[in-house]
Design a protein around this ligand. Sequence first.
Ligand SMILES: Cc1cc2nc3c(=O)[nH]c(=O)nc-3n(C[C@H](O)[C@H](O)[C@H](O)COP(=O)(O)O)c2cc1C
Length: 183
Amino acid sequence: MSRIPEVNLVPDPPFQSLKGLEEETKLLRTAFGCFPTGVVAVSGVANDEPVCLIASSFVAVSIDPALVAFCVQWSSHTWDILKVLPRLGISVLGYQHNESVRRLASRAEDKFEQLNLSISPEGAVFIDGATAWLDCTLENVLPAGDHGIVLLRINALTTRPMEEPLVFHGSAFRNLESKPADG
Ligand SMILES: Cc1cc2nc3c(=O)[nH]c(=O)nc-3n(C[C@H](O)[C@H](O)[C@H](O)COP(=O)(O)O)c2cc1C
């Protein structure tokens, strides 16, 4: 007997075809927002000033070699500055950054105000209070539609897993809530 249930494709709300849909961008953003992620700051120094890009598309890629990745919009001015730097710092943001993160993603001149930064001798910039710092070198950029997949090699790292992580879900920032296990 087949283990596949009877075809019953009646989701609620119904499927929407993306073909020819005017609201495609909005619909895709809503769908992508259903996937909870962390948030990282990708930072370096250019012209003696710290520069950072906020990304929720960060992902761990490989243990050997040690690789991580994030997706960057080709139109990003910040990426144009960061991509030529010899070292990039990844700060995995904690819940304590929840009020700073939108400002960090903006073009405000004083966006690092009220945050403490640490800078490595090679120029990787890190945000204090993060749950992990990864000192990275750009490995490759792979084209993927209107974004590039940026592969970074980790040279050195430090972690503070006891820090409360910052979670991004449905366009909002949250912290994790522990619930007692069932039973
Ligand atoms: C929570 C959050 C997540 C984001 N994730 C990404 C991302 O994964 N990739 C990306 O290119 N931009 C992302 N952005 C937008 C950039 O951080 C930044 O706002 C944008 O690069 C600014 O444009 P500019 O670089 O041209 O100044 C995110 C912004 C926020 C607030």
